[in-house]
Design a protein around this ligand. Sequence first.
Ligand SMILES: [Zn+2]
Length: 207
Amino acid sequence: MPKADYPPEIQRLILHLKRLQGVGPRSAERMAVALLTGKSGVAMELARALEAAAQGVVHCQICGFFQSTAATCPLCESPERDQTIVCVVEQPTDVIPLERTGAYHGLYHVLGGRLSPLDNIHPENLRISQLERRLASGTVREIILAVGSDVEGEATAHYLGDMLAHRPTGAAPVTVSRLAQGLPAGGGLDHADDLTLHRALSGRRLV
Ligand SMILES: [Zn+2]
């Protein structure tokens, strides 16, 4: 006797949920079943929200943060932000915890990852040339490296520090600093609490 299984539609949903980072087969199954047996309309609302987000959100061409296609970048286009400081982060999600501290009012530059030769992530795979182009305008006076404190984060900070120290002759001088120690080792900024980040920002040290 063949064993009964979920209908193909549910199996397909489980398959897609399983692809999400951090979602195992059991949780994917639970999520799929909860969505389909939950309050009526929840699944369709989620489907519509997902479609709208997937179609309506891009990355800002300048800083790399999320940007709604219906609006300009909330960071780069803000007249209240200090245009002379750029905080370099690994991921767009790193911007949120820094913003929540309320201690930073400059601009950002999202690298899109960190150097990791073992995973085949080299300088050309990150938004490093875009950073160099931003600096060419001469407006930026300070760069804060807010990358992780694990091995790959250190390697990325070292590479960027070196690159910024060897800028072409005649280029406007740029001060380079790193967030003070105290950030969780190996973790992204989203694991750090407000106070730790606030201290890390105010105690940043020159590279
Ligand atoms: Zn932007």
